[in-house]
Design a protein around this ligand. Structure first.
Ligand code: AHR
Length: 503
């Protein structure tokens, strides 16, 4: 099969926000306990943070990390996770039917994000709690000192404020599963009042209002419109969440679901702009895609977990080669919408539907989905370029006209690089990709590396990495009459990174 793409220096989508390569740590399963934090582990530092896990997180170069939930946040008292550890209460977490020791909390999370060079994205509880507790939390975290909450932080050993810039106004408040979920009207009102007092406490913060939990929610669309009518002037972003499942093992359809993500993004952006017009506002509300991933492998195992256990192995999906392709299609879709999606979080980061897995008291290892994220985060920063593709299309069970190739290009001015990301959705055939790259002058091919495996069900484990990138030779780049012409063969069912240098 043949495919063509064209990139031109002047045809840009927009700058990629570094927060496009974010992730998420929730108090859920083994994300925190025996994940990022395991005092007594041979590789733990003096604060109990696992150095082996931190090293893998740094390989991913995760820019921003959302915390502490997720569904967990809607029943969370943030104060429980502060102060002397021996005084912290053990609570029942109703979101995941587990016990929470609170031995890890806000200040520990702040110290850990420093260790992995990431920014914090904090969520407040708008389920069982409201504006008062949310503004106290902002004061505790961000106010320098001389007030009750900021001095309490100092008493807890943290002299300098955390200066957390990004705050989520609750989590998935439209979901019937949410602890104290709300109607759009109820949530819009409380989100507005919380937003006001949080920004009055620290005007430098940015706020994310909850959009729909996913695009197939019955209230999707109406929810965003109603919520934004309340909170538009005070919110900076609206959230989007999406998880892919493949229970039917219908891979062509599974890989087509990134088209739904694209549609989701464009629809929510349209609703934001509708409210903007109705409010006669000059401000644009952008998008925070703060939960995206594949999630289904662990569904059955999770039903067997005993209730009220502490840090049980919940949501421990073991990802396949096919899942890595799906994750790659989602990453490319985020890049193609870089003009509106400013924040995105791969949900989640460690053990819980995660690229990084750990064994309790043992090793840490990379899942298949680790690699597309690592490539995009490492090489997808700069100006996202329009990348029209000419290739055959297929129809799947739910989607029409799925192109066999998904592709995005990013121009990094500082590094004089152009990087192309592509997924070949053709499961049986290689695709010969011809790219014309114009407006940059002469270009050379630095590297083509690809992730593929004949067995689309192949997984990694603590003892074996069956799915890892391979460097491919055979690509060619020629410079003729001011343009570069690239020829690359994309293996069947593959994720590809093509790195080019501007000469
Ligand atoms: O990431 C797992 C869960 O998925 C989160 O807690 C929730 O926000 C979503 O439903």
């Amino acid at each position: 099969m043949k495919a063509n793409i064209t990139l031109h220096k002047e045809f840009s989508i927009g700058e990629t926000d570094k927060r496009l390569y974010g992730s998420f740590i929730e108090h859920l399963g083994r994300a925190v306990y025996t994940g990022i934090y395991e005092p007594g582990h041979p590789k733990a530092d003096s604060e109990g943070f696992r150095n082996d896990v931190a090293a893998l997180v740094k390989e991913l170069d995760v820019s921003v990390i959302r915390y502490p939930g997720g569904n967990f946040v809607s029943g969370y008292n943030w104060e429980d996770g502060t102060g002397p550890k021996e005084l912290r209460p053990v609570r029942l977490d109703l979101a995941w039917a587990t016990k929470e020791s609170n031995s890890f909390g806000t200040n520990e999370f702040a110290a850990w994000t420093k260790k992995v060079n990431a920014e914090m994205m904090m969520a407040v509880n708008l389920g069982t709690r409201g504006p008062q507790e949310a503004r106290n939390f902002v004061e505790y975290c961000n106010f320098p000192g001389g007030t009750y909450w900021s001095d309490l932080r100092r008493k807890h050993g943290v002299n300098d404020p955390h200066r957390i810039k990004l705050w989520c106004l609750g989590n998935e408040m439209d979901g019937p599963w949410q602890i104290c979920g709300r109607t759009a009207e109820e949530y819009g009102r409380i989100a507005l009042e919380a937003a006001k007092v949080m920004k009055w406490t620290d005007p430098s913060i940015e706020l994310v209002a909850c959009g729909s939990s996913h695009m197939r929610m019955p209230t999707f669309g109406d929810w965003e419109k109603t919520v934004l009518e309340h909170v538009y002037d005070h919110a900076d972003y609206v959230s989007l969440h999406m998880y892919l499942a493949n229970h039917e093992n219908d891979i062509p359809n599974f890989l087509g679901r990134s088209l739904e993500m694209d549609n989701f993004i464009k629809t929510v952006a349209g609703i934001c702009d509708l409210v903007k017009v109705k409010k006669n506002s000059r401000k644009t509300v952008n998008l925070s895609f703060d939960e995206w991933n594949v999630w289904y492998h662990s569904n059955n195992a999770d039903r067997k977990i005993e209730k009220w256990s502490e840090a049980p192995p919940l949501l421990e999906d073991i990802y396949t080669m096919a899942d890595a392709l799906a994750a790659g299609c989602l990453l490319i879709t985020l890049l193609k919408n870089a003009d509106r999606v400013k924040i995105a979080c791969l949900a989640q980061l460690v053990n819980v539907i995660a690229p990084v897995m750990t064994e309790k008291s043992g090793s840490a290892w990379r899942q298949t989905i680790f690699y597309p994220f690592m490539d995009a985060s490492g090489f997808g920063r700069g100006t996202a370029l329009r990348c029209p593709v000419t290739v055959d299309k297929y129809d799947s069970r739910e989607f029409c006209d799925v192109p066999y190739i998904e592709a995005a290009g990013v121009h990094n001015r500082e590094k004089n690089e152009i990087n192309i990301f592509t997924v070949n959705r053709n499961l049986g055939e290689a695709v010969n990709l011809d790219a014309q790259i114009a407006g940059f002058g002469n270009i050379s091919l630095v590297e083509h590396r690809a992730l593929y495996n004949n067995d689309l069900q192949a997984c990694n484990s603590a003892s074996e990495e069956k799915v890892k990138p391979k460097v491919l030779s055979g690509g060619r780049c020629e410079n003729r009459s001011g343009s570069a012409f690239l020829e690359i063969a994309l293996p069947p069912a593959s994720w590809n990174l093509v790195r080019l240098k501007i000469l």
